[in-house]
Structure formats: structure tokens, C-alpha cells
Design a protein around this ligand. Sequence first.
Ligand code: C5P
Length: 243
Amino acid sequence: MARRKKIYEGKAKVLYEGPEPGTFVQYFKDDATAFNAEKKEVIEGKGVLNNRLSEFFMTGLGNLGVPTHFIKRLNMREQLIRQAEIIPLEVIVRNFAAGTMAKRMGMEEGTALPRPVVEFSYKDDSLGDPLVPEEYIIAFGWASQQEMDDIVSLALRVNDWMSGVMYGVGIKLVDFKIEIGRVWDNDFQRLILADEISPDSCRLWDIETGQKLDKDVFRRDLGNLTDAYTEVAKRLGVMPSNV
Ligand code: C5P
């Protein structure tokens, strides 16, 4: 097979030119990074699991009417996606305090929040993805006020569905990160869910035991990351056959 033209390589994924204009092929690598890539490791099978899990979440959300970039899974590590102009923000939704919120606010991890909190980080590795207020986003022209309103409602829709699906398999959705892109449909611009949704970008805790089933296992050296992601895939009934 002819090698595809590489468009972009990130920490966990590679984008290749797609077969049709307006498409990309998204390849999931086994690389795990944390703390702005200060900690790095190759974790065998992670890419296969995340490809399958992101397909599961994006398909479910798409079926509910949430527009996503996902078109179809091509093989164990690749999926066909719509090309989108990525808004340079990490959109984070939190249901329970953890990670940087718990640290910043001096809160105990796991404290339930009175309502879901949506926050934004500016995607810039050299700055360490700083938390930014909506005021900055509008002032610097990264997104319009209307887009920000749409992003918040989209993020909350994703949160509602994801929280319910995970609860159904005994897992608490503590927080997650999504990325949003712009696409044009017949001269009409709209926002779609892009990037990936996987245990790399969520915090997932077993409801009974509190066991972490997400990338914190790698960040905090809590055990085998593939085992944690495999548990999530098994509970959701989407375990790939050859991991
Ligand atoms: O580190 P922090 O607590 O801000 O992370 C909140 C959520 O966003 C976590 O689920 C984390 O996995 C995710 N995240 C991410 N990519 C980043 C930063 C955070 O997926 N660069």
C-alpha cells in the first residue's frame, strides 16, 4: 500500500492525508506522554484501544445528533475523519475535583462539584497549555462569543451522555477534555467535536473501588495502563480482538 502523506504528528496521534478532499486519516500511536511530554513511554496496545474507544464515543454522540469529525474506523489503528479547523483550546469539563483543579483550589480529589464546570486551556506546549478565561478567547480572536456559547452547550451535552454511559458500566466520569473544530457545509460554518475521546483524555474511576482506569495510571505510576484501558473497553463491550 502506498504510504500516506503525513500532515501532522502529535504526541499520541498522526494525521495523514485522507482518500477524499476534506478528510484525514487519524492514526493512534502507542506513545504515552504526560507533564508536557516530560514523561514518555511506549505502551503496547494503547493506540488500538484508544482508536476503538474513540470510535465508540464519537459514534454514540453522533447518533444523538452531536456533530463529530468521525467518519469510520479503517483498521485497528486508523480512522477516517473530517478535516476541521481546530480551535486552539482544550475544553475541559469537570464533575468532581481532580488533577489541576484539585491542586489549584486546595480541594480533595473526588469532591463532587455543585454543577459541571467547563474551563478552557490555550493549546500551546511552550506555555504549558495555560488556563484562560473566556474573555481572553474572545479578545484574542480564537473564537467568537457565539462559538463559545455553542462550545459550552456542546461540551455539556457530551458530558451528560458520557456520564450516563460510564455510570451504566460502573464508572464515574470525573472529568474530560475535548477539542472542537470548524467545518464548512455548503458555505455554512459549524462546530464539530474533533480529536479523540478516550481514557487518555478522561478521568474514569471505578464507582465501587475508586480504582483509576485512565491516563493517571501512567502519570502517577499506578500500574499497567493497557490493563486499565482494557477494563474500560471490556465493560463497554468494545474490546478489540488482538491487543
Ligand atoms: O490535568 P487536568 O486536571 O487539568 O485535566 C483535566 C482533564 O483533561 C483530565 O481528564 C485530563 O486527562 C484531560 N487533559 C487532556 N489533555 C491535556 C490536559 C488535560 O486530555 N493536555
